[in-house]
Design a protein around this ligand. Structure first.
Ligand code: BV8
Length: 235
């Protein structure tokens, strides 16, 4: 009999660090090079759209050559082999979970490989293509109104109803590679605890929300995540 029946996994930038993608708040992190108010807010986008489009074009190019690491692969194995349900909610906008075969996945902060038109709201996959002020929307033919389909500060993350419903029903909540700085994701552990779930943090170091977890295993994701998944699949 499996120990848990409904597992929710929350992942952050630390999960993709060993695939070569920068995190946000580590010493050489993205927010040490850019002011998030200029490149990750609607106000920044309306002030200087070219700066924001180039910020994401640069990150999209970095995403073009990355590969899932052992932690992404272990999470896909958990989803495929665990006798209960496993939902992965990622704050990451990279495609590494899907590349590792994840199916039951929510990108709550959007996806860098997608774009939408601010004129007609049409959404489309753009892969690794740049978005510029000359990019024309294929649906309404307006130029210069396409933006990355990512959730900026002050914008509502995606699929929050589904996420809160899953948090209210889960009996295991696993948080991986996130500093627990950004809400509402940083509040998920409290939601899971309220529904009586066991809560575990797998992170390089204690996150800002470390004290809210019942269990913590600190180390690199490519080491601690496969080991923890092995433990779950054996019980
Ligand atoms: C919203 C864009 C409301 C995409 C990002 C209270 C409640 C609700 C909101 C707020 C609140 N207080 C403040 C807010 C506002 C704000 C917020 O939380 N601000 C913070 C700074 C205080 N939140 C918002 O604005 C959110 N929206 O609340 O909307 C609303 C309501 C009604 C109607 C409309 C709106 C939107 C938040 C999303 C913002 N977008 N990015 C992109 O460019 O990627 S946030 C950005 O930070 C990323 O998306 C990222 O996902 C997110 C979290 O960062 P982490 O993933 O945790 O990365 P970080 O570098 O911080 O940490 C990495 C960790 O990994 C570290 O702990 C490190 O030790 C570890 N690590 C490193 N290497 C490894 C490792 N671990 C293991 N192995 C390794 N090898």
């Amino acid at each position: 009999m499996a120990q848990y029946s409904k597992i929710v996994v929350l992942t952050g930038a630390g999960l993709s660090a060993e695939s070569g993608l920068h995190t946000f708040r580590d010493k050489d992190g993205i927010w040490s090079k850019y002011d998030y108010r200029e490149v990750a807010t609607p106000e920044g986008y309306s002030r200087n759209p070219a700066l924001v489009l180039n910020f994401y074009n640069e990150r999209r190019r970095q995403n073009a050559h990355v590969k899932p690491n052992a932690a992404h692969i272990a999470l896909t194995r958990l989803e495929a082999e665990y006798p209960g349900s496993v939902l992965t909610v990622t704050q990451n906008i990279d495609p590494l979970h899907e590349m590792a075969g994840a199916k039951n996945l929510i990108h709550m902060h959007g996806e860098i490989a997608k774009a939408f038109c601010t004129a007609c709201r049409m959404r489309r996959k753009i892969g690794i293509a740049d978005i510029t002020l000359e990019t024309v929307c294929p649906a309404c033919s307006t130029a210069g109104k396409m933006r990355p389909d990512v959730v900026w500060f002050g914008e509502m993350p995606y699929e929050m109803d589904t996420i809160y419903d899953a948090l209210g029903r889960c009996d295991l909540f696993i948080s991986i590679g996130t500093s627990g700085t950004v809400y509402p994701a940083a509040g998920f552990v409290a939601e899971a605890s309220r529904s009586g779930a066991h809560t575990v943090e797998l992170n390089l170091e204690p996150s800002e929300g470390a004290s809210e977890f019942k269990e913590a295993i600190h180390g690199r994701a490519t080491e601690v995540v496969p080991a923890y998944v092995d433990r779950l699949l054996k019980t």
